[in-house]
Design a protein around this ligand. Structure first.
Ligand SMILES: [Zn+2]
Length: 426
């Protein structure tokens, strides 16, 4: 649908006029150290976002993640959702940002929680992932209001917790409780930092599992009288290296996962422990137990059942061919892959926005990891979900994390134009 160009121009200049407010708001969010784990200062950050939403004319509600074990008196999990009603409630665009950040870590040359603005950039932990994205969502809506444009549909903006640790008390909680659902929203945009000209249409699947091998304890001077669980884990690891890794590397998804090397199925050995703790005093014993945790990323074309069966078959073959090899396989976590439907109007609205604002074509990508898209798709039942926001993906979780102010302004414009189109504003 063609938008009245006068309205578009007014909205774009309202974003430009709000640029220093947006930078200040991003800095203010960074100054609240919402470090996860353990989930510090969530309440302060939710209130800051809620107060700003209120000032921008949203109806604001807070949702504590009652019933979740990580929602404790010391570290309450508080989410905030604002609704801006247009002439009708639908179509409804929901913009969601997580306000938790990973720990600062080492290697910073400036204070990670000061919200420093320098050389056209906002610095700090969470600058790109994703406090700038929250500011972009909020000011996209506010620019539309300041431009005096009446929306046909509505806008919701949420600030949620714990995305970095799975999002169970955050987006998953809101989805489970019907606060984010297909009955309320048509489109969900998550302004994660995927680069300002890239639209993220999904992610691979995740299968975390633990393998335990069991041996028999014996005297270390006569290892032939025991059975080493560590050697048996070695047999399994060797089969993974020899048989499984080449097979995984040969599979390529049609989903545009970035970087290129992540377009294949992958496996990481996350941790391993066997026998006695190496830091402690040692007594001569054959290791009777060894455990390892694996992180398998599977493709939408593979599916979870096949990914798991392949592991089961590998373990069965190893056990059949190795006398006395005994093992257990335990699933730790499964995240199914998601993919925004081909031809989604949400993707085309953002593509047109990127073209209009940046003067170049947008690229569709998919994430090598996962983000809250999975909860939006699988629990809330809203397939029209993407990630699009300001900031450079590679800077997320790095020391001296920053977001460019030009990115922040441009992404806000793209979001504003997309909201106008998706809410069918004439
Ligand atoms: Zn993030």
């Amino acid at each position: 649908m063609a938008l009245a160009s006068a309205a578009v121009d007014r909205v774009l200049s309202a974003v430009d006029d709000a640029s220093s407010e947006m930078v200040d708001f991003t800095s203010a969010l960074i100054r609240i150290p919402t470090v996860n784990p353990p989930g510090e200062a969530y309440e302060d950050c939710a209130r800051l976002i809620g107060d700003r939403l209120d000032a921008c004319g949203f109806e604001v509600e807070y949702f504590a993640a009652e019933g979740r074990p990580e929602h404790t008196p010391e570290h309450p999990r508080l989410n905030v959702v604002g609704l801006h009603r247009g002439r009708a409630l639908r179509p409804a665009v929901h913009l969601n940002g997580h306000f938790d950040v990973v720990p600062a870590g080492a290697g910073w040359t400036l204070d990670p929680f000061a919200g420093i603005v320098r050389n056209g950039r906002v610095y700090g932990r969470g600058a790109c992932d994703m406090k700038a994205g929250i500011a972009a969502a909020l000011y996209a809506a506010e620019a539309i209001r300041r431009a005096g444009v009446d929306l046909n549909g509505s806008i919701e903006i949420s600030g949620t917790v714990d995305e970095e640790s799975g999002g169970f008390a955050g987006m998953a909680w809101l989805a489970h409780h019907g606060r984010v659902s297909a009955a309320r929203s048509d489109y969900v945009i998550i302004p994660e930092p995927l680069n300002v000209d890239r639209i993220c249409v999904g992610h691979r699947g995740v299968y975390w599992f633990e393998v335990t091998t069991h041996g028999r304890i014996g005297h270390g001077s006569m290892p032939f009288l025991g059975v080493s669980a560590i050697e048996h884990m070695g047999v399994i690891l060797e089969r993974i290296r020899r048989d499984l890794m080449p097979a995984l590397g040969s599979r390529t998804t049609a989903v545009p996962v970035v970087p290129d090397a992540a377009r294949h199925a992958t496996l990481n050995i996350n941790g391993i422990m066997g026998g006695q703790l190496v830091d402690g005093l040692q007594s001569p014993c054959v290791a009777d137990l060894c455990r390892a945790v694996f992180d398998r990323r599977f493709l939408i074309e593979e599916g979870f059942d096949a990914a798991k069966s392949e592991i089961q078959a590998l373990l069965q073959r190893a056990a059949a061919e190795t006398p006395s090899l005994r093992y257990d396989l335990r699933d730790l976590m499964v995240v199914h892959p998601v993919r925004t439907p081909e031809g989604s109007p949400l993707v085309s609205a953002l593509e047109r926005g990127v073209q209009a604002v940046l003067g170049r074509a947008a690229t569709q990508v998919a994430s090598p990891g996962t983000y809250d898209h999975k909860h939006v798709d699988r629990i809330a039942g809203i397939p029209n979900c993407v990630a699009y926001g300001p900031g450079v993906l590679d800077l997320a979780h790095q020391p001296d994390e920053w977001c460019g102010i030009d990115d922040l302004v441009n992404a806000t414009k793209v979001l504003a134009l997309s909201i106008l189109e998706l809410t069918e504003t004439a």
